[in-house]
Design a binder for this molecule. Structure first.
Ligand code: GAP
Length: 457
């Protein structure tokens, strides 16, 4: 990730089909982004890796895919209708609006967490440090005001006869409201977890930082339902697992750190984030929270349904504690791109940009490159064969050197070159993205060569 700036990441994404500005031909729509053909593959691979690690490989975790639109009472129970708002300040000179907590965190380069500060404490800090407007550079702020974050829409058949419903601002409520369904239908015994990956929506005002904070994003969330006595073990366990997941995706340990919360919500027993060294500085990548019995107790209160679990062995009845692990897929995507971005100076003095993605995350596992266009028939045959097993890409335009560079820039781990020898003996060269070393293999050997090298374990 040496010398990586946000501009370099954004330009690479735009020019290489990874991420585009949302609604670009209409001048864009603030804080929305569209994943292109390359980006959608990387993001899908990220979600697959998370699901494999946290659902597939854990027999006591159950996946769900809950509705985005939920009964509005859910948001009364969760506290979002009353409390889910951000502290906003307007610059009186340029009229731009900012989150006060972000101003503080960006000014302090992540060394201060404003999450638990009161509005008065934030105003005092901003004033004492004379934090200026990032847009126009003036220091002339309005007082902090709270700004509602939930998007509203309505349902109903007739105008004037419509009920407000909300686009969910987090996926975890779909896990809490299905606690009883999953427990009964799967005969699940506490401790067990419910996980899901899905879209969430927040009316965020803060500009910038690309896909770090957007108004529509995907979350990968997991709730572990457990007994109070075990709860801190699970909390520490998920801290370790969340960190290990990132290290196994080839993150460098120097770019990650735990950040324990100093002040906790009244119901929470512990909370921590994992911070990553993003191009704009240290910022939250994911959270692990010990939420006590708060969520299930609130849903019991508001729904009238008992959330108590009956232990089949001890006959004890209790509301389980919840340990939550939550990570944004888009925020992880930004971290992965930042971490993988490399510029290398080659022997001939040229610079190559290479995304050193974990091969399991690579958008295409293999690039099929005919040395010349008249080798297209054989190359297409190889493409058809390999694309039954791997996502492949085909490129026949430009010099072979330029084609290797294009594959390096999007992180394709293996390039298969078809040359005239291929016609004679069915062998090809395979080039490794990171070492640029080449070996010669039979076409029939490629699959077995690549398969073990692209696993996420
Ligand atoms: N259910 C708990 C919850 O939603 P959160 O800290 O608000 O907690 C969890 O969000 C994770 O979701 C964050 O650590 C981040 O990775 C991601 N996230 C939150 N808001 C986001 C936004 N506006 N844009 C992109 N990702 C976001």
């Amino acid at each position: 990730m040496a010398n990586v700036t946000m501009d370099k990441i954004v330009n690479l994404c735009k020019n290489r089909g990874i991420i585009f500005q949302g609604s670009e031909i209409y001048g864009g729509m603030g804080n929305t982004w569209d994943y292109g053909p390359v980006g959608v593959e990387i993001k899908n691979n990220l979600k697959r890796a998370w699901w494999k690690r946290f659902v597939q490989e854990d027999s006591s975790t159950y996946g769900v895919d809950a509705a985005i639109l939920m009964n509005p009472r859910v948001w009364d129970a969760s506290g979002h209708t009353q409390n889910f708002s951000d502290p906003k300040m307007d610059c009186k000179k340029c009229k731009q609006r900012f989150r006060a907590d972000n101003l503080i965190e960006e000014y302090s380069k992540g060394s201060i967490s404003a999450e638990a500060m009161t509005n008065e404490e934030m105003e005092k800090y901003i004033s004492e440090n004379q934090i200026k407007c990032p847009h126009c550079g003036n220091f002339d702020w309005t007082p902090i005001r709270q700004f509602k974050l939930m998007f509203e829409t309505s349902r109903g058949t007739l105008d004037g006869d419509k009920d407000i419903v909300y686009l969910r601002p987090e996926t975890c409520q779909g896990e809490y409201v299905n606690f009883l369904n999953v427990q009964r239908s799967m005969r699940a015994k506490v401790p067990f977890a419910i996980a899901q990956i899905g879209k969430s929506f927040r009316n965020e005002i803060t500009p910038g930082n690309f896909i770090f904070r957007t108004i529509e994003f995907e979350q990968m969330e997991l709730q572990k339902f457990c007994k109070e006595d075990d709860s801190f073990n699970f909390y520490n366990d998920y801290k370790t697992k969340a960190m290990q997941f990132l290290l196994d995706l080839n993150f460098s340990p120097e770019h990650l750190k735990f950040h324990d919360h100093d002040k906790l919500a009244f119901y929470a027993k512990a909370a921590c984030d994992i911070f990553y060294l993003f191009p704009m500085g240290w910022s939250e990548l994911n959270g692990i929270h010990h939420r006590s019995t708060h969520d299930l107790t609130r849903h019991q209160e508001f729904s009238g349904k008992s959330m108590q679990y009956l232990d089949p062995i001890t006959n004890e009845k209790y509301i389980p504690n919840v340990i939550e692990y939550s990570i944004g897929a888009d925020r992880l995507m930004l971290a992965v791109l930042t971490e993988a971005y490399n510029e290398e100076t080659l022997e001939d003095g040229e610079t190559r940009v290479v995304l050193k993605l974990h091969p399991a995350l690579a958008p295409y596992k293999v690039a099929i490159l005919p040395l010349q266009k008249n080798l297209g028939t054989k190359a297409t045959e190889v493409y058809k064969k390999l694309s039954k097993t791997f996502m492949c890409t085909y490129d026949e335009s430009g010099s072979i050197g330029k084609r290797y560079r294009r594959q390096d820039e999007i992180g394709v781990p293996f390039s298969v070159t078809i040359d005239f020898e291929t016609l004679e003996n069915d062998t090809v060269t395979i080039r490794d993205r990171d070492t640029m070393a080449q070996i010669r293999l039979k076409i029939d050997e490629i699959e077995d060569y690549i398969k073990p090298r692209i696993q996420f374990n």
